[in-house]
Design a protein around this ligand. Structure first.
Ligand SMILES: [Zn+2]
Length: 259
């Protein structure tokens, strides 16, 4: 459906990435870089979404994320209890068998409390697609967006989400076969949120947690967070641009939410 992404060098983006990783870019610096930041969005064309999606599709996708992102083995508790005989019987040996409850660490998620990474990616992708195609004229659109935001924030609070999502996000961007339109979701540190003058857009740069890889977000649907915040990000891959620091994925739509 989508053509593969061609990696084009975007020198202006190098300026953004050379900044000290430990320090988020301040407002003044962000203004200075705003013009340069137009470059990556010009190089990778916008994905055209139908905007005919219903609010109920978004409500459904968000509910599914809430209900199924938990480990299905322990339902998000981290432990499983089972009844076991304690090896003895009551009375004369003919009475009812004595049981005891044994609680063990869940082996399905190994304590992460979350469903398998590929499942999480699939549920988040459905939310991103529903958000990016949401018809604003749907009477329930506003409600659906705020409902989705709440459930995404609940998911963002999951401790293991970075470990579960980030490896696949890195592969999607730096791998040999990045697919345009595909959802990329990860946890990172918000480095800069730059308003692009004269355009209905902004460029948000987020460093993928625990790596030197930065990912850019354009045309986000929901943003709640500022520079230095740890955020959960999800968006459609619009393209990959080349920089001195390596390939940088450019996402479109979706969300950037403080953890
Ligand atoms: Zn579990």
């Amino acid at each position: 459906m989508y053509a593969n992404v061609v990696c084009t060098r975007v020198p202006p983006l190098d300026g953004l990435l050379r900044e000290d990783h430990a320090n988020p870019i301040g407002f003044a610096k962000a203004r200075e870089l705003a013009d340069k930041a137009n470059a990556p969005t010009a190089v990778v064309p916008e994905i055209v979404n139908s905007r005919k999606g219903s609010a109920s599709a978004l409500l459904l996708a968000a509910t599914e994320l809430r209900d199924k992102s938990k480990c299905q083995g322990c339902l998000g508790k981290g432990t499983v209890s089972r009844r076991t005989t304690n090896g003895t019987t009551t009375g004369d040996g003919y009475g009812p068998t004595a049981y005891r409850e044994v609680t063990e660490k869940c082996r399905s998620c190994n304590g992460s409390l979350l469903n398998k990474p590929e499942k999480l990616s699939a549920y988040l992708e459905r939310v991103v697609v529903a958000l990016n195609s949401l018809n604003a004229a749907d009477p329930k659109a506003k409600h659906a967006r705020s409902f989705a935001k709440d459930l995404l924030e609940q998911f963002a609070a999951s401790r293991g989400s970075a470990d579960a999502l980030n490896p696949a996000a890195i592969t999607a961007v730096t791998g040999t076969d990045p697919k345009r339109g595909r959802c990329v979701a990860f946890v990172g540190t918000l480095r800069a949120d730059i308003e692009l003058d004269g355009r209905m857009d902004r460029l948000i740069m987020v460093d993928v947690l625990g790596t030197e890889t930065a990912i850019a977000i354009t045309l986000p649907e929901i943003v709640d967070g500022g520079a230095g915040d740890t955020v959960l990000v999800g968006g459609q891959l619009r393209g990959v641009v080349g920089t001195e620091s390596g390939p940088v994925g450019v996402l479109q739509g979706g969300f950037v939410l403080k953890r």
